[in-house]
Design a protein around this ligand. Sequence first.
Ligand code: T3D
Length: 263
Amino acid sequence: MSEPLVLVADDGPVRTITLNRPAALNSFTAVMHGQLLAALNAAAADEGVRCVVLTGAGRGFCAGQDLNDEGMGGDGQPGDVEGIVERLYKPLALRIRDMPVPVLAMVNGVAAGAGANIALGCDMVIAARSASFIQAFSKIGLVPDGGGTWLLPRLVGRAQAIGLAMTGDKLSAEDAANMGMIWRCVDDAALRDTTLALANKLAAMPSRALAHTRRIMDSALLMDFGQALSQEARVQGEMSRAGDFAEGVAAFLQKRAPVFKDR
Ligand code: T3D
């Protein structure tokens, strides 16, 4: 049997999903897309999972689309690139953005093309100091995808977003952290422990409120101030009727650690 292209491992409430094509820097094939989406769907459906960590096997995180995969134009034919982006990358980016629990990208090495943008679409990105981010699209005559056109200007502002996308230059993890593109850059040796400590902390927090925090912050970007305030009131009402709020307040008053269960 062939090696799975996506590995799944649980450590208590934290599920780590590892892209597993290290010889090709974990670049995306259609088959790996299918396995990754299935793994994310399974994590979303599993009540025991309270945080997901996405990472790559070997020395890279993900080099984007596998340029050798079928339909990539290697045979001189243009292929159905529009279909690949619509049918494979769009559902993947939406799935990550709609997970019922926090999703962390643990960027262990280079993240290029759609590999960079799939990482940036996660809730928090922790990168090893040796890692890098490359908007590689322009070098092969493409435009950013995987959500890059939406994510990049929001993360780093238009000037940096356009500069990164047009030049395709490699950005170090340290520079990415300094410009606010990612949450943290840490020494390589500390990447795993730092990420898992954060994942466990988030797993013990109220998952439902965290997932709604992501959702309403994203949608507030498209609203005026009044609309955002109304959205906060509506969702706060919803949260206040859930079990986690009652538990959070009770635990505070009783001076004990809360046990959150909602998802
Ligand atoms: O359908 C569509 O096309 C639309 C969707 C597009 C989404 C995209 O992601 S487009 C962007 C695609 N990605 C790239 O253009 C990046 C290509 N890769 C690179 O530029 C470099 O590999 C890196 C800068 C990422 C890393 O460089 P380096 O020197 O550390 O590693 P390397 O030697 O280039 O790569 C190691 C191996 O991985 C090598 O294979 P080999 O020679 O050892 O057998 C290389 O060919 C392979 N590899 C790296 N990236 C890809 C890849 N194989 C297939 N596809 C790749 N994207």
